[in-house]
Design a protein around this ligand. Structure first.
Ligand SMILES: Cc1cc2nc3c(=O)[nH]c(=O)nc-3n(C[C@H](O)[C@H](O)[C@H](O)COP(=O)(O)O)c2cc1C
Length: 200
């Protein structure tokens, strides 16, 4: 069957597409306001987009009242953010960070997560995250009601056990990132893996 997402199903486009295009990685994004208040929020309209230079993007929609989310206001003010990856151990805490707290209230405290200093950007990274990407905003695209925040990844922090320093590779068998499935409540683990060799 075929659905027209521009007419009949326009109101259902989010629910239908977000349940189909799965699993999606989750960025737990930390930012700070102009007056240095910490904010954290998860975004699954998120991905790595390139490596030369390293870039990633996430897409925060506005609140129902049309007001941009705190993350957007902070990136607009400071042009910096940190993407913290989410594994099984911090899944519950990540979910706590999706609560709509008043502007300026720190979701990390509520979620029991620890802010650790970043190296070159002002927003902190999350100590419990398996990996964190320090980003400087490259630019933000406005496409209708969507906003796509593109970041240049300036530093990567990762849990020591995840990095094979000799081979300069990630120990992916020790990484348990989760994925976003159907909105609003479903997730998947990434523990069932299989190898598929590319044809020559
Ligand atoms: C797993 C997960 C993924 C989410 N992904 C998005 C997203 O891609 N875009 C978005 O606008 N909101 C998304 N949300 C909702 C925001 O996290 C939520 O609106 C949050 O309160 C925004 O916080 P802020 O105002 O502090 O930026 C997601 C929530 C969860 C739990």
């Amino acid at each position: 069957m075929e659905l027209n997402l521009e007419t009949d199903y326009a109101d259902r486009a989010y629910t239908i597409l977000a349940s189909l295009v799965t699993p999606r990685p989750i960025a737990l994004v930390t930012t700070i306001s102009a007056d240095d208040k910490i904010n954290a929020a998860p975004f699954s309209f998120f991905n790595l987009l390139g490596a030369n230079p390293p870039i990633c993007a996430f897409a925060p929609g506005d609140r129902e009242n049309g007001i941009p989310k705190d993350t957007v206001l902070n990136v607009r003010a400071t042009h910096e953010f940190v993407v913290n990856l989410v594994d099984e151990a911090i899944a519950e805490a990540m979910n706590q960070c999706a609560a709509s707290l008043p502007f300026g209230e720190n979701e990390l405290v509520r979620a029991g997560l620890t802010a650790a200093p970043s190296s070159i950007v002002k927003p902190p990274r999350i100590a419990e995250a398996p990996a964190s990407l320090e980003c400087v905003e490259w630019g933000t695209l406005q496409i209708g009601g969507n906003r796509v925040v593109i970041g240049l990844i300036k530093r990567l922090h990762l849990r020591e056990e995840l990095f094979d320093a000799e081979k300069q590779r990630i120990h992916t068998d020790k990484l348990f990132t989760i994925g976003r499935m159907a909105s609003p409540h479903w997730y998947c683990k990434t523990t069932e893996r299989f190898e598929l060799k590319r044809p020559d």
